[in-house]
Design a protein around this ligand. Structure first.
Ligand code: NAG
Ligand code: NAG
Ligand code: NAG
Ligand code: NAG
Ligand code: NAG
Ligand code: NAG
Length: 502
C-alpha cells in the first residue's frame, strides 16, 4: 500500500503527495505570461495591517527576477518582502539576517524568537528576508505558480543571490557597510544560511544553520535514516507505542478493503466527509507522527500545531492507556488526534482538503527539481516499508510540472560528499545545530569539522528548537546550546572587528 502513495516528504510538509496533486498537461501548456520589463514595478503590495506585538516593520525590496542571465527578461523587478527591527541597532553594529525558507516570512519570524532574545546584547538589527515564490514575494503575482516557465525562477541559487543583493542594498542605504552580517536559518532556511556563508563569505561573516539537512542528498546519508529516526523517537517513548503504530497500517488497509470499509474508516477517523481513498487516512496518520517527531519540543509550543511539551511521549501515553484488545487503528487515530486537535476545537477532521496555512506548497516544485532527497522506509521503521524509486518519482514530476528533477545538482553546486575534508580547508564560521529527536538531524552535520565549523548537538532537541523564544521551562541543555551559540557568534564579531581595525 505504501508504494502507490509513498508520501513525498517535504522539509516541513506532507500536505500534498506529488501523486495526489499530479496535474494533467493542461496546466503545463499555459502560455507564459510575458513579463514586460518594468511591468511588475506598477504595484507595490499593500503592507498588511501591523499585527499587535509583532516587533517588525514590513518592507518591500525591488528585486531582480534573474540574477544569472542577461536576457532582457532577467532585469524584470518583483517586490521581495522583508521584515526589519532596528530598535537595538546603532551605526556599525551587527546585522542578523534570517534567510527565509519555504513559507510566509512572518510565520518564521514568529517562531524564531531566539533572534529577538539575543538582539539587545549584540545591539543587532534583525532582518527576516522572505524567500522568492513564498508568502507575498511572488515574482509573477497570482500567476507565479502557473507553469514551469514562471516556476523556473524558483530555486535556491536565485534565493541566495536575492539575499546577497538585498543585504548589500540595505547596508548601503544605512551607510553602514562595515556592519558585520551574520545569517541564521532553520531547516531549509538553515541549509540556505550555511550555503550562503560558503558562497558569499564577503557578505556574511558567519552562519548559524539550525536543523539543516544539507547531507540528505544523493547517497551521502542512508535513505532510511529519516523514518528510522521518527520510529526511534516513538520507540524511545514506549515500545508498545511503536508496535501499535507499526501494526496499524495493515489493519487500516484490511478495514478499508471490507464491504463498506471506507465508510467505516471515515467514521473511525471522524471525517467531515466520507473519504474517497484509504490513502487519505494513511497520510493523515503519517503526517501526524512525522511532524510530531519533528516538533518534539521540551515545552509546549505552536509551530505546526499547538502541542504539549514532549508530544511524542503524550501520544504514546494515549496509545498505552487503551484497554487490552483495542484495535491498533483506533489507538493510532487517538494518538494522531493529539496533533490535529490538541486545542479541542475540531468538530470533525478534513482528511482530503488540508489547508496550506503557511503558504508552503512551492516546496513541491523545489522537491521536483533540485531538492531531491530520497527517503525510504526500512523494515524496522514503524511505517510500511517503501523504497525510493527514482523513475516513479521523476515520472510524477514530469506529469505534474513537465520537468525532470536534477538529483545531483545540489551536491554539484554546494558539495556534500566528504564534507569534513572539504570544509575544513575551504570554509569557516558555521554552526550546525541539531537535536537528535528531529528526524532531519541525521542528514545534517553532526561532527565538528574545524575550530570554527562547529556542530552543537543535543540528544533531546527537536527541529530548530534553539531558534524558539526562551521560556522559563527551558531545560538546561537547551539553555547551554543557546549560550554556546551566542559565545561563538560573539567571537566571530570580535575577530571581524579586530580585522577591520588593522
Ligand atoms: C535602498 O534604497 C533604495 C532607494 O530608495 C530602495 O529602492 C531600496 O529598496 C532600498 N533597499 C532596501 C534593502 O530597502
Ligand atoms: C496490532 O499490531 C501488532 C503488530 O505490531 C499485532 O501483533 C497485533 O495483533 C495488533 N493488534 C490487534 C488488536 O490487531
Ligand atoms: C476534539 O477535542 C474535543 C475536546 O476533547 C472533542 O470534544 C472533539 O470531539 C474532538 N474532535 C474530534 C474530531 O475528535
Ligand atoms: C475545501 O476547503 C475549502 C475551505 O477551506 C472549501 O471552500 C472547499 O469547499 C473545500 N473543498 C472540498 C472538496 O471539501
Ligand atoms: C524487508 O522484508 C521483506 C519481506 O520480509 C524482504 O523481502 C526484504 O528483503 C526486507 N528488506 C530489507 C531491506 O531488509
Ligand atoms: C564541537 O565543539 C564544541 C566546542 O567548541 C563542543 O562543545 C561540542 O560538543 C563539539 N561537538 C561535537 C558534536 O562533538
Amino acid at each position: 500500500m505504501a508504494s502507490s502513495s509513498s508520501p513525498s516528504v517535504l522539509l516541513f510538509l506532507l500536505l500534498f503527495t506529488i501523486a495526489a496533486t499530479a496535474k494533467t498537461s493542461e496546466s503545463l501548456s499555459t502560455v507564459f505570461p510575458r513579463a514586460i520589463p518594468g511591468s511588475a514595478l506598477k504595484q507595490v503590495p499593500n503592507a498588511k495591517k501591523p499585527e499587535p506585538k509583532f516587533p517588525f516593520k514590513t518592507q518591500y525590496f525591488p528585486q531582480l527576477l534573474d540574477h544569472f542571465t542577461f536576457t532582457p527578461k532577467s532585469s524584470t523587478i518583483f517586490y521581495q518582502k522583508y521584515l526589519i527591527n532596528a530598535q537595538y541597532w546603532s551605526h556599525g553594529a551587527p546585522i542578523f539576517v534570517y534567510t527565509g525558507n519555504e513559507g510566509d516570512i512572518n510565520w518564521f519570524a514568529s517562531n524564531t524568537g531566539f533572534l529577538l532574545d539575543i538582539a539587545p546584547s549584540f545591539r543587532a538589527m534583525l532582518v527576516f528576508i522572505e524567500h522568492r515564490f513564498y508568502g507575498e514575494s511572488m515574482p509573477f503575482g497570482k500567476e507565479s505558480y502557473k507553469s514551469p516557465e514562471t516556476l523556473g525562477f524558483l530555486n535556491s541559487q536565485q534565493a541566495l543571490a536575492d539575499f546577497a543583493v538585498l543585504i548589500r542594498s540595505l547596508k548601503q542605504n544605512l551607510s553602514s557597510e562595515g556592519s558585520p552580517v551574520v545569517v541564521f536559518g532553520g531547516s531549509y532556511g538553515g541549509m540556505l544560511a550555511a550555503w550562503f556563508r560558503l558562497k558569499y563569505p564577503h557578505v556574511a561573516i558567519g552562519a548559524l544553520a539550525s536543523s539543516a539537512p544539507i547531507l540528505q542528498f544523493d547517497d551521502i546519508t542512508p535513505w532510511s535514516s529519516f523514518y528510522d529516526a521518527v520510529s526511534q523517537d516513538f520507540k524511545d517513548a514506549s515500545l508498545n507505542c511503536y508496535e501499535v503504530i507499526k501494526g496499524s497500517w495493515a489493519e487500516l488497509e484490511a478495514m478499508s478493503a471490507k464491504e463498506g470499509g471506507l465508510a467505516e474508516v471515515s467514521r473511525t477517523f471522524r471525517t467531515c466527509k466520507d473519504i474517497k481513498s484509504v490513502y487519505s487516512a494513511q497520510d493523515w496518520l503519517w503526517s501526524a507522527f512525522v511532524y510530531t517527531a519533528m516538533v518534539n519540543y521540551p515545552t509546549k509550543a505552536n509551530f505546526m500545531m499547538p502541542l504539549p511539551a514532549y508530544p511524542v511521549e503524550e501520544m504514546c501515553k494515549i496509545i498505552d492507556r487503551f484497554p487490552h484488545g483495542a484495535t491498533n487503528v483506533s489507538r493510532a487515530f487517538a494518538a494522531a488526534s493529539l496533533y490535529y486537535n490538541y486545542s479541542g476545537t475540531e468538530k470533525c477532521f478534513d482528511l482530503e482538503n488540508a489547508t496550506d496555512a503557511h503558504g508552503l506548497h512551492g516546496w513541491d516544485w523545489q522537491a521536483c527539481t533540485e531538492m531531491v532527497m530520497p527517503l525510504t522506509c526500512s523494515n524496522e521503521s514503524m511505517f510500511p516499508p517503501s523504497p525510493f524509486e527514482y523513475k516513479e518519482f521523476s515520472d510524477q514530476c514530469m506529469r505534474k510540472y513537465g520537468v525532470m528533477p536534477r538529483p545531483h545538482w545540489i551536491t554539484t553546486e554546494f558539495g556534500g560528499s566528504r564534507i569534513e575534508q572539504v570544509l575544513k580547508r575551504s570554509a569557516s564560521n558555521i554552526i550546525f545545530s541539531n537535536g537528535m529527536q528531529d528526524p532531519w538531524s541525521r542528514g545534517s552535520v553532526l561532527k565538528n569539522i574545524s575550530a570554527s565549523i562547529v556542530a552543537l548537538v543535543t540528544k533531546k532537541g527537536a527541529h530548530h528548537v534553539d531558534f524558539r523564544f526562551a521560556t522559563k521551562e527551558d531545560p538546561d541543555w537547551l539553555i547551554e546550546q543557546r549560550r554556546q551559540e551566542v559565545e561563538i557568534i560573539q567571537k566571530w564579531i570580535q575577530d571581524y572587528n579586530a580585522d577591520l581595525k588593522q
